[in-house]
Design a protein around this ligand. Structure first.
Ligand code: ADP
Ligand code: MG
Length: 212
């Protein structure tokens, strides 16, 4: 099974729906350790992404669709997370190249490139209580699922499961990057909003891949 531009569009439509559904929860998480706008930021960005993807020509390749997502997120999300998610999608497009579809090794390469892009942009390390703490376990889980010969949907399901666990595991951590780092030890006991939105977005990827 391979994933194509229709999947990229379905993924973003599902991601926009799930972020809309969880907007208040993400705002609440961000209110606890930040400024309370993460749900709002992501909701605005993903709505714009769906509109922009809809306007792309029929024959747009998946890599080009990923670049369109990146540009839209950079220009609409704002905050720290806009450039970070934007860089993630921009970098994710690189291993996909001009291919008509995203094969299983490319799914893993795409997730790894997204994670590496966020790291190079935001300089967060594992355990700094950021979205990286969802992305890094997701990449590892996707890579081992792919090595075991899992289907595209199962690779993404493993990634989403690991991202969810990673988001939960940010709760006891002290934030060392972004706005939450201003709180120091007072950030303990709260889940990182960007790690939570990452888990939601990767879950949408897995669910739409399972429908392909
Ligand atoms: P802002 O902090 O500007 O209000 P958002 O609320 O939209 O932006 O996003 C906050 C999220 O961004 C955090 O929960 C965290 O996951 C992520 N984040 C912030 N700084 C970094 C960084 N340097 N590296 C990785 N992720 C980061
Ligand atoms: Mg915020």
């Amino acid at each position: 099974m391979t994933l194509d531009t229709d999947w990229v569009k379905a993924w973003m439509t599902a991601a926009a729906a799930v972020i809309d559904e969880h907007k208040h929860e993400l705002n609440t998480l961000d209110r606890e350790i930040g400024d309370g706008d993460h749900g709002e930021n992501m909701d605005r960005g993903l709505r714009a992404v769906v509109v922009a993807l809809d306007k792309l020509p029929e024959d747009t390749a998946p890599g080009a669709a990923l670049r369109s997502i990146a540009m839209t997120l950079i220009s609409t999300v704002g905050g720290a997370s806009g450039p970070l998610y934007g860089t993630a999608f921009l970098k994710a497009a690189e291993p996909v190249g001009d291919a008509e579809s995203i094969d299983d090794p490319a799914i893993v390469a795409m997730l790894a490139a997204a994670r590496d892009g966020i790291v190079s942009r935001g300089k967060a390390e594992a355990g700094d209580k950021t979205m990286i703490d969802a992305w890094t376990p997701a990449v590892s889980a996707a890579a081992s699922a792919q090595e075991d010969g899992a289907s595209a949907a199962d690779i993404l399901r493993e990634a989403a499961d690991a991202a969810e666990a990673g988001a939960v595991a940010t709760e006891p951590l002290i934030a060392r990057k972004g706005r939450a780092s201003y709180l120091g030890e007072r950030s303990i006991g709260h889940r990182d909003p960007g790690a939570q939105s990452t888990a939601l977005i990767l879950r949408a990827a897995a669910e739409t891949a399972a429908d392909e």
